[in-house]
Write a protein that binds this ligand. Structure first.
Ligand code: FE
Length: 215
């Protein structure tokens, strides 16, 4: 399969459909009319991605990697079967590659051509991921892009940018936050944000305990 092109920006005029939306609507009607498409099945597919498949699944993968070194090794060696161990996989996730952040190396994922994204672990991509400014600038000025997302890394941390394609879709394994020793997998997963798995963010930091004041 070739890398697909063809995300375009459209100006929306009130309730009018954009050209792409109109074409999708027309195709859907035609396919339904001809009996090729079951509208209920289509609704179920849309609902699946809107409600069931999302970054909470990727967060489970990350949390498992943080607590289970053998799983982490399998995940970094061959991600797709490792992710399947958690019952996660499917369309858009046939070949997922997981890249690990370290104090020396931060990873950032982009699709410079369109919007390829590891759907089974992250759900549907955010709007900015599909937008030309992110796609162009992530490669040219990753540190500047990270700053706009509120992420400032030490100067000594190198940044590697990974270009996802329809065939190979990347996910970032973020650094485990400090102070989380003994956390359950669920508690760890709750710290993993969508953006931390794209590389435009970091996991949620723990609230800093106020210093004990003498009474
Ligand atoms: Fe793409």
């Amino acid at each position: 399969m070739n890398h697909h092109h063809g995300d375009h920006d459209h100006v929306h005029h009130g309730s009018e459909l954009s050209p792409v939306e109109a074409r999708v609507r027309a195709l859907e009607s035609l396919l339904t009319e001809k009996g090729y498409l079951d509208p209920a099945a289509l609704d179920a597919l849309v609902e699946l991605y809107e409600t069931k498949v999302g970054p909470h699944l990727g967060a489970r993968v990350v949390a498992r990697a943080w607590v289970d070194p053998a799983f982490r090794t399998r995940l970094l060696t061959e991600a797709t079967p490792a992710i399947a161990e958690l019952g996660i996989g499917g369309r858009g996730g046939e070949h997922i590659v997981v890249v690990e952040n370290t104090p020396e190396m931060h990873n950032l994922v982009v699709c410079t051509l369109c919007s390829c994204y590891p759907w089974p672990v992250l759900g549907l991509p955010p709007v900015w991921y599909k937008a030309p400014p992110y796609r162009a600038r992530a490669v040219i000025d990753p540190r500047g892009v990270l700053a706009e997302f509120g992420v400032t890394l030490p100067e000594t941390t190198r940044i590697t940018v990974w270009d996802s394609t329809a065939e190979t879709r990347y996910m970032v394994l973020p650094l485990r936050p400090a102070g989380t020793d003994g956390f359950s997998e669920d508690a760890l997963a709750a710290l993993v944000t969508r953006d931390s798995m794209i590389g435009t963010g970091l996991p949620k930091a723990l609230p800093v305990e106020p210093a004990e004041m003498p009474v």
